[in-house]
Write a protein that binds this ligand. Structure first.
Ligand code: SF4
Ligand code: SF4
Length: 120
């Protein structure tokens, strides 16, 4: 579960707004997480446990990724990963356009994201 302080108040940049601005909430003090693809077994457990208000994890078919701009750094995914391959990403870089295209597919009029579809 996310720490209560990491959940954005309703009047502060909901997920859809963070997607539109392609930026993290300034109030998030923890760095985002990243998945080490060489260790990940693509089981999607983390994806199912990332709280919908963040919706930061995406299965791209060949790999599972965390979008740092949407990741609050709450440890919900970390504690459920069976192989401990989710790490703090102090040196995260802005997501690329192809990642944002995938993200936008899940952002339906501000609704909570549906489970990320597998990309064939
Ligand atoms: S730490 Fe994991 S569960 Fe928490 S917001 Fe980031 S990706 Fe989602
Ligand atoms: S829970 Fe761990 S092993 Fe499974 S998809 Fe997520 S990062 Fe990969």
């Amino acid at each position: 579960m996310p720490w209560p302080s990491e959940i954005p108040p309703r009047n502060q940049a909901p997920r859809s707004e963070r997607i539109a601005q392609q930026s993290r909430l300034a109030s998030w003090r923890k760095p985002p997480r990243r998945i080490e693809t060489t260790e990940c077994i693509t089981c999607d457990t983390c994806l199912r446990h990332c709280p919908p208000e963040f919706g930061a994890i995406f299965d791209r078919g060949l790999d599972v990724v965390i979008v740092p701009e949407l990741c609050s750094g709450c440890p919900a995914c970390v504690v459920v990963c069976p192989v401990d391959c989710i790490y703090v990403d102090e040196d995260w870089r802005p997501s690329t356009d192809d990642v944002w295209s995938l993200v936008e597919l899940t952002d339906r009029a501000g609704a909570a994201p549906a489970p990320t579809p597998r990309v064939p």
